[in-house]
Design a binder for this molecule. Structure first.
Ligand code: A3D
Length: 320
């Protein structure tokens, strides 16, 4: 059977890390695409030269012409600009919306059957716009955010409890902004919900609240440390988990920005919710019940995403 083809649109910090991880996991042959000629070719060659050391078989190529992504099975989009200290994700909207337009046209022309994962910020608005520009069926395009946000929460929790990250599950829903919704009731250590662990004295409510807040601001914490860009190792690992679930039909249940058509009372937006990713793309949306506090947080997050969509429509009349 021929190897799968993975196209990475944007060969910057996340794009290069994605290529390396895709190689190490032998997910398929990788095409790196970027407008900065030489970068995708150079990163592709560098990673190919690491393959004999690590013992993986995959082809790597770099390109600045969309024809190179032809027939891709999976496309991961990081093209655009990242945040610098003092910027919010929303500050990126004008420039990255234009990038989504060219990326969408490239996908429409050369890889309309691909499963597409968008990472470019502001995430929930960019994945919405990319679906419009590409014309992809809504089950074949998702945004990566919830896996990353949950991973950050899991890391903080495992560190606090001094247990393996493997035994900590976390649930973070809503938009990928500072008002995202980490759901403590649905987050567990080996199946025991966090509020029970507070009762057992494993942590205090204050510490738990602080971890929730740190999760919400997790992206900004890294931006402030790096100063020249935003996080890339954990975002790349998160998108690779989503791509792997599609390519290997694992049917993992992962929080992703997925198109909603009535679920959670929302129609026509991409919002972070738990979904099943398998060979058909987004195979199912898992709807959980909210208590009134959780509902209020979710609604606030949705309002932020709606605001971003209106801004996109204001910038590009074709989206209105
Ligand atoms: P960076 O290292 O700057 O890479 C972006 C690449 O995109 C650069 O190599 C550019 O040359 C390239 N590019 C720009 N315009 C185009 C275009 N029109 N066509 C093709 N390539 C183009 O950034 P990065 O990899 O660190 O981050 C990429 C994006 O991911 C940014 O928008 C970040 O804000 C976003 N991001 C999202 C998350 C989420 O959790 C959603 C996390 C971290 C970063």
């Amino acid at each position: 059977m021929a190897r799968s083809k993975i196209a990475l649109i944007g060969a910057g910090q996340i794009g290069g890390t994605l290529a390396h991880l895709a190689g190490l996991k032998e997910l398929g042959d990788v095409v790196l695409f970027d407008i900065a000629d030489g970068i995708p070719q150079g990163k592709g060659l560098d990673i190919a030269e690491s393959a004999p050391v690590d013992g993986f078989d995959a082809k790597f190529s770099g390109a600045s012409d969309y024809a190179a992504i032809e027939g891709a099975d999976v496309i991961i989009v990081t093209a655009g600009v990242p945040r610098k200290p003092g910027m919010s994700r929303d500050d990126l909207i004008g420039i990255n919306l234009k990038v989504m337009e060219s990326v969408g046209q490239g996908i429409k022309q050369y890889a309309p059957n691909a499963f597409v994962i968008c990472i470019t910020n502001p995430l929930d608005a960019m994945v919405w716009a990319l679906q419009k520009f590409s014309g992809l069926p809504t089950n074949k395009i998702v945004g990566m955010a919830g896996v990353l946000d949950s991973a950050r929460f899991r890391h903080f929790l495992a560190d606090e409890f001094k247990v393996s990250v493997e035994d900590v599950t976390a649930f973070v829903l809503g938009g990928h902004g500072d008002d995202m919704v980490p759901l403590v009731r649905y987050s567990t250590v080996a199946g025991v919900p966090l509020p029970d662990l507070v009762k057992l004295g494993w942590t205090t409510q204050e510490k738990l609240d602080a971890m929730v807040e740190r999760t919400r601001k997790g992206g900004g914490e890294i931006v402030n440390l790096l100063k020249t860009g935003s996080a890339f190792y954990a975002p790349a690992a998160s998108a690779i988990a989503m791509a792997e679930s599609y390519l290997r039909d694992k049917k993992r249940v992962l929080p992703c920005a997925a198109h909603l058509s009535g679920q959670y009372g929302i129609d026509g937006l991409f919002i972070g919710v738990p979904i099943v990713i398998g060979a058909e793309g987004v195979e199912r949306v898992l709807e959980v019940e909210f208590n009134p506090d959780e509902k209020a947080m979710f609604d606030k997050s949705i309002a932020s995403v709606k605001g971003l969509i209106e801004a996109c429509k204001g910038i590009n009349g074709a989206l209105a």
